[in-house]
Design a protein around this ligand. Structure first.
Ligand code: SAM
Length: 185
């Protein structure tokens, strides 16, 4: 089984007008994605932010739950928050993993995307670690999706109008389950 990690990108991401922006870190994202990542056996959860003050905030959240009084009060959170690795750029997460395959996610279909069934099979073989990349704001910038080794198909909606704009926390949990749930589930 291949090593799988996730990254939550705060830059470069899109805004409403498709401009490139930097978004603020959301506390809930750190907790919820870390807990899902740990539950599904991911090795790391990278939080990517170019601004030092934002990285320090995330580091403080991590240490509160890993070493501080949060860890004593709710010990179940420690192993999940321990997965958090806060880095300035996506390239730093890639170097930390020693050159992973980059798999991007999006609510919007793009040409040549990989189905979840194909992705699940691909994880069974040998190969470098996989870094699953999630966006914030209005989604990942094209510069990230264009250099991905694979773009995962969007999680689709049964609705007639196709609305499928999930929170990143929900999208991460659904993706982890589709890719990593035990065989037969
Ligand atoms: N502020 C927003 C929130 O509530 O989380 C951030 C939205 S951000 C665009 C959501 C991210 O979740 C996307 O960049 C993508 O990584 C993922 N995502 C959302 N909907 C998705 C879908 N239908 N299929 C795959 N990934 C999805």
């Amino acid at each position: 089984v291949r090593r799988v990690a996730a990254a939550l990108v705060h830059h470069p991401v899109l805004d409403r007008g498709r401009g490139i922006v930097t978004t603020a870190i959301t506390n809930l994202d750190l907790h919820d994605i870390a807990r899902s990542a740990h539950s599904y056996g991911l090795s790391d959860f990278f939080v990517v932010h170019p601004i030092a003050a934002q990285r320090e905030l995330a580091e403080r959240v991590r240490s509160y739950w890993v070493q501080g009084s949060g860890a004593r009060r709710i010990p179940d959170r420690s192993p999940a928050l321990e997965l958090l690795r806060i880095v300035p750029a996506l390239e730093d997460a890639e170097s930390a993993l020693g050159g992973p395959e980059l798999w991007t996610t999006s609510a919007v279909a793009r040409p040549s995307s990989m189905t979840y069934a194909a992705a699940r099979d691909r994880l069974k073989g040998d190969g470098p670690p996989v870094l699953l990349v999630f966006g914030t704001g209005w989604g990942l910038a094209d510069s990230v999706c264009d250099r991905a080794h694979f773009r995962l198909e969007p999680i689709r909606s049964p609705r007639a109008d196709g609305y499928n704009h999930l929170s990143v926390r929900a999208a991460a949990a659904i993706s982890f389950d589709r890719l990593l749930s035990p065989a037969g589930d």
